[in-house]
Design a protein around this ligand. Sequence first.
Ligand code: DP6
Length: 364
Amino acid sequence: MGTKYISEAIAGAGFLPEKGKIVWESPSNIALIKYWGKYGQQYPENPSLSMSLKKSVSIVELIFQKNTNKKGTVDFKFEGKENQSFKKRVDNYLQQLSGYFPFLKDLHLEINSYNTFPHSSGIASSASFMSALALCLCSLEKFSQNIFDNTFYQKASFMARLGSGSASRSVYGEYAFWGKNSGISGSSDEYAVSFTNHIPEKLQTIYDAIIIINSAPKKISSSQGHQLMQNHFYKENRLQQANTNIFRLIDAISSNNWSSMTEVIENEALSLHALMLSSCPGYILLQQQTIDTIDAIRKFRDDSGAQVCFTLDAGPNVHVLYPEEDKKQVEPFIDQKLKPLAENNHIIYDKTGDGPVLREKEKR
Ligand code: DP6
């Protein structure tokens, strides 16, 4: 796919107006089957399956200008302010994409990014930000067209993947699958595909209350965590586990069997952290309140019979998942028992989202 994109790349910016603006909004996502471990150019060691969120989104504005002496340069602002470490990541990313979008060298870009979720909420913004930026670049390349078909999203997913693996899944709404698995037709290590057609109506919206246990930046980033998988003692078994869990989860979802879904989703979350604990060197991102939250959810589920389960990102925060029909029972429990465990009582009530939205595209 990469060679095809390079061979069809547009060399110069002649097709673009003097100045213009593109704005995409793109969601964060939560993986139910976790991507953990990568190789080469951001290829995943195992396939993953995620749900895109509705409220937790990034908005990226890309303003381009042709006739300027600042060609080939980028100004970047996050939440209206310059941010050197993000700017460096954006510069590296655009550098990496120069073979796919060679016309960028003829433009000055101004990129502004905003999140609807607080920056210091512990929610990773790389998936939402990188997917929104990739969508802006793919729209820029097709400036005079407005065709948002499968080919467009596939390319955006490919480009997003090069920025951050999980971002490849955020170009789709509802559910997305990334990584080659012979049982899933169309699946690829190079881009994610929409998985929504495999999900029954009843589960097309799942609620996700994110219990913010700690909003501080993580001691070990996901990228470092992926690297530690390279020589992990359990690597082969993890690959088998993820590929088995994919089908266990698909079976559970297609039969709308919440208790089987719970088993797989919680197994994935705890296995992710078990892999961190057993890396060399091992590390711990779970906190006491994470464990207390998990215990409280499991006790509530045993006592009430409610359909509710948890998942975790590569951090201490807990995502509490429940279907529409159990919302009335689960949300009072979250308010009474889980809120006190959250940092500053901070909970983000989110749910399955419809995916990215093009907010603006105009000539200036
Ligand atoms: C635990 O996509 O953040 O959230 O590819 O290095 O940017 P990079 O990593 P990233 O890793 C996400 C890991 C995870 C699981 C998942 O989202 O599948």
